[in-house]
Design a protein around this ligand. Structure first.
Ligand SMILES: [Zn+2]
Length: 156
């Protein structure tokens, strides 16, 4: 079935269903079509309605096209961020290379060095938030490692 917008000689518009396009031509040729409004037999296909321009169909397609781009961006870090992370990771790896891992003795070791009980050295280890705060309050400089770090004693 196919629907056509039809109009009569008086400009009445109406829709009519036909089995096919040729069925319309056939019925139209035999004068079988009639305007339901005025009964006129002078019925032709209505010109494309200017109220339904092709533009109206094109607009909803635009957001659908943009969707895959948004998905791919959401799945990965922007290159600039990834680069900054890699730089930070290298910097941290360099620092740790010259640093001694002291594990959970971090607070104790930091304090010992701060008060001159031990020679100053670069160390890293574990400290909970409370320990870190206490160290800072005592004027001992501590800095969190920015990149997740696997302590040597936890790799096995
Ligand atoms: Zn009519």
């Amino acid at each position: 079935m196919i629907v056509f917008d039809l109009s009569c000689e008086d400009g009445h518009r109406f829709e009519a269903w036909f089995r096919s396009s040729s069925a319309f031509e056939d019925q139209s040729g035999k004068g079988l079509l009639m305007c339901p409004h005025c009964g006129s037999g002078a019925v032709t296909k209505a010109p494309m309605a200017p109220a339904v321009p092709a533009k109206g169909n094109a607009r909803p397609a635009a957001p659908a096209k943009a969707e895959p781009e948004a998905t791919s961006q959401g799945g990965a870090l922007p290159p600039a961020v990834r680069e900054a992370m890699q730089k930070l990771a290298r910097l941290q790896a360099d620092t740790i290379k010259d640093s001694t891992y002291v594990g959970s003795r971090f607070a104790e070791e930091s304090r010992a060095m701060h008060y001159g009980e031990k020679d100053a050295a670069l160390i890293h280890g574990k400290a909970d938030a409370k320990e870190a705060r206490e160290l800072l309050e005592e004027g001992i400089t501590v800095a969190p490692l920015l990149i997740p770090f696997t302590p040597p004693d936890e790799t096995n």
